[in-house]
Structure formats: C-alpha cells, structure tokens
Design a protein around this ligand. Structure first.
Ligand code: GLU
Length: 502
C-alpha cells in the first residue's frame, strides 16, 4: 500500500502551532515510508473561513520548512484540494447516502433545537438532537420539500451496539453508538459539514493513514460509520496527544502565543522550532534532544510516539534555539540573519516615518524604538497601572480591548483606536488615562515614544496579543470567575460599576 497522509486545516484563524505539529508528523511519516504528504484546505465553514487565513497557512508552514507534495497551490492528481471547490462532489455522496437510507432530511428549526436542548438540560439528559425526523414518512418529506422548508441532512447512526476501531497509538477504542449523535452532514446552506467532506475527501484522495490531534477522537466513530455506509475501507488512525501550555491545560491563544508567526517574528529559527515540535511527540532511540528532521525521518517508528500530552515549554525552545543559533549561524553571518529578521528595509521604511521627528540624534533611535526588537519588556506595576486603578482593573481594560480587537480580528490602527475609546466609555474612565499608562506601557514598556496605534500595527497582531497576555500575567491575571463576570458586563455593554469607587 502506498502511504498517503494529509493535514486538513480550516482557514478560520491564525496559523496555529498545532497545525505545524501535525504537519511535521504527517511529513515525517510520509517521508519515512516514501509516501506523499498532502495539504487540503477545509474551508466549508463559510462564515469563519477567510482567504488571508488560507494564505497564512501556506506562509507559516513554508517558514517551518514543512513542504507538501500535493495541495491547492501546487496541484496534484486528486485535486481540487480546497473543499469549497468540491461542493458538487459532496452533493453526489449525500445523495448516495439518502438513496441507500443511511441519511435523512431533518427539518427541525434552530428554535426547535434550542428548545430541545433547554428541555434536555432541565431533565439532566444528553443535549443531543432527539432524532424526531429520522423516520418521517416519504409523503411528509415530499410535502415539506414542496413548501420549501429548509432542511439539513443527518447521518443515521446505529442506535445500539458499539463502534470499535484500532488506533496505532492508543490501541482499541470502543464507543457505544448510543453516545453518538445523528450527525449533520449537509447544512441548510447546502455546504457539507466537516465530517462528510473530510471522509469523502480522505477516501477520494486515497489517504492511507490519518494522523491528527486527539481532539478529533470523538468524531472518528461517525467517520468509521460513514466509511461503512459507503462500503469503503477506513484508513488507519493515529491520534496524537494534545499540546499543553505550561499550566498543564490545552494550549490556547487566550493564554499562550499560539500563532506560528509569533515565533517567527520573535526571532526563533525554523529548524529549532521544528526540532522543538518533534521533541514533543517523539523520542529518539539514543537519549538525544537535538536532531535534524532527516534523522527523525530515518529513525521514525510509530511505537516511539508519545502517548501522553506534551508541554509547550518556551524555555526549552529558547535553549534549543540558542543551540541552533550558535551551531548553524557563523558569527560572520549573524548580522545578515538579524538584518533579514528585524532590520529589513520593509520594516524600516514603515518605522522611519514614526521616528523622524522624535529623535534629536541617531543615538536616540534605539532609545525610542527598542521595543520593536526585544522579546522581554521591563514591566512594573507602577508603570502599567494608572493612578487610582488597581492591577485587576488594568487587567479588565487589557482583556476587554483584546476582546474588542478579536471580535472582527481587526487589529488595524483605526480599530485599535476606536476600541480604546469604546473601552474607556465602557468603564466610564478617561480615554487618556488608559492610552499611555496601560496600552503604551503594555506594548512598549514605556510612557513615551512613537505613536501608539501605528506602533501596534507595526508590531503586528501576534506580538501585540502576546504583550497584552504578558502584562496581564505580570499583574496577577484574572481568575475564571472574574473573567466570567467581566464577560457578563461585556455582553450587557457597561462595565462602569467595575470602576466605581467603593
Ligand atoms: N479541518 C480539521 C482541522 O481543522 C481537520 C481535522 C482532521 O485532520 O481530520 O483540523
């Protein structure tokens, strides 16, 4: 059997380190078995997918040096490799399932579903769909269709028995079918869901092994059932343990920098980054931590894949990076590399206009702009918290501005400015009071320098977000309870009471 593996990221956000992690293991597996590594873009969630996110996936993986043999940009025998270009294919397979009686049209409205969930919650029951349209009479389906009632197509999951499959890391996995919902396969907008498109594509693209994160494990029984309905042989499964933050919880952008670009922009070397990712899922036979991808490809063995979650420990990454920096970059090439990284003409041409009227001597350039080039800012409570505002309240300000910027993923200078104004109003405090001591200090570690909102644009979303998180962490952060409370205020559009003097 020829080995064909794939990653199938959805372009719905910044390129995540988890995507690089999965790409790395799929690539190693493919190369070890002299097979092919495929990149497929799963963009069926029309409301969340964006072309720029797709481009960022290509850019980020290319920066890591994780190159694919087939994909939307390079083509291949089994294309198109972007799901939005394959809608006719899914339609054909949904019709096959309907015809064979493995799927059914469900006309339940969103309001009815909501009521069903609320009712189930009250009764302490599982909150799934109650299968009310699983056995509608053909005449009723016909009449609802004639009335043009919107519908989704659901999979008829077996009602009894167990689903059993073999995972190459975890061994035998069994799930009672009673725990699995009648999954929606086709949405009312005619787009397939992840489950249908993923299975159809994996089959048509002749994927032999599915190497993906643990979080997809609950979906696998539905996929196995789909393969069964179509009469196809499922691929082999390898579900990799999750990446955890240093706090032992799932790596999340709410707490850690998770965008690959953050690591690129902070001056890490791709080869160190990739070595670091390899270390988290695999152990070499000799007790070594530094190795090239070619060595891992040569020595790869599924049995040596980790079975428990790995911690994404930046201190370890720093250590590895230093090793690569010393050993792979001779001193006489260091400046060229640093120049390419942060002192390139593209960045400088944007930075110079911000500095032009703000320095008396060249010597002051660095005093003014050092924050663009450093990874650690010297925070102090006095500096971050305006007079009369507590560290906790400062965290409220930072957190709500983050939410504001994230809601449309718009980090432009104008939106940042508008956001800071709105947050000042939200808390009933003076805009000036938060701009310099909170925002300026968070992003630059200073109270003076180039214009704040232009500087934030130039720093970029990933570093900006990371500095917000760092400053909040420095100030003690917000407990889950406080965060929830803040969220309630945020939804109700006024947080004035959080700043009222007691
Ligand atoms: N589209 C899914 C993702 O975003 C793919 C999961 C899988 O590999 O099946 O990661």
């Amino acid at each position: 059997m020829s080995v064909r593996v794939r990653i199938a990221p959805s372009p719905t956000g910044d390129p995540h380190v988890g995507t690089a992690y999965m790409a790395l293991y799929n690539l190693i597996f493919a190369k070890h078995h002299k097979g092919k590594f495929i990149l497929r873009i799963e963009d069926t969630d029309q409301s969340r997918s964006k072309p720029e996110y797709e481009q960022n996936i290509y850019k980020a993986l290319s920066w890591c040096g994780l190159n694919w043999d087939e994909g939307p940009d390079v083509g291949g025998e089994y294309g198109p490799y972007k799901q939005s270009e394959r809608l006719d294919i899914y339609k054909k397979y949904v019709d096959i399932l309907l015809e064979k009686g493995h799927a059914y049209k469900c006309f339940t409205t969103p309001e009815e579903l909501k009521m069903m969930r609320e009712m189930n919650a009250k009764l302490g029951q599982k909150s799934g769909y109650d299968r009310r349209h699983r056995n509608l009479a053909p005449e009723e389906i016909h009449s609802r269709m004639a009335q043009k009632q919107p519908f989704v197509v659901r999979l008829k999951v077996p009602l009894t028995g167990i689903c059993e499959f073999e995972d190459e890391i975890k061994g035998k996995i069994t799930t009672p079918w009673a725990d699995v919902d009648d999954q929606v396969l086709l949405k009312s907008d005619g787009f397939p869901t992840y489950h249908l498109a993923n299975v159809v594509d994996d089959h048509l693209m002749k994927i032999s092994h599915i190497i993906r994160g643990d979080e997809w494990l609950p979906s696998t029984p539905k996929h196995i059932h789909l393969y069964d309905c179509f009469g196809w042989t499922p691929p082999q499964y390898i579900h990799m343990p999750l990446l955890l933050g240093i706090d032992g919880k799932k790596l999340s952008k709410r707490k850690n920098p998770t965008s690959i670009f953050f690591y690129r922009d902070s001056g890490y070397l791709p080869e160190a980054f990739v070595n670091f990712l390899t270390l988290m899922g695999f152990s070499m036979t000799e007790d070594r931590e530094i190795y090239s991808m070619n060595e891992v490809i040569r020595d790869f063995d599924t049995k040596r894949l980790g079975t428990s979650a790995a911690v994404f420990d930046i201190k370890k990454l720093d250590w590895l990076n230093q090793h690569y920096l010393i050993n792979n970059i001779p001193a006489d090439q260091l400046w060229t590399r640093i120049k390419e990284w942060g002192f390139n003409d593209t960045l400088m041409s944007k930075l110079m206009p911000l500095c032009h009227t703000r320095i008396k001597t060249f010597g002051e350039f660095f005093e003014l702009c050092d924050f663009f080039f450093v990874n650690h800012l010297p925070y102090s409570e006095k500096f971050l918290c305006p007079k009369g505002i507590t560290p906790e309240q400062t965290c409220y300000i930072l957190q709500t501005i983050l939410w504001y910027l994230e809601q449309n993923d718009d980090w432009s200078r104008d939106n940042f400015f508008a956001g800071s104004k709105e947050i000042a109003t939200f808390f009933g405090i003076n805009h000036k009071k938060i701009v310099i001591p909170v925002l300026y200090a968070t992003l630059t570690g200073k109270h003076t320098g180039p214009p704040l909102f232009d500087s934030a644009t130039l720093l970029g979303k990933d570093k900006t977000r990371a500095r917000f998180l760092k400053a909040m962490e420095f100030l003690g952060g917000l407990s889950n309870k406080k965060l929830q409370q803040l969220q309630k205020f945020w939804i109700s559009k006024s947080g004035v009471t959080l700043f009222e003097k007691s």
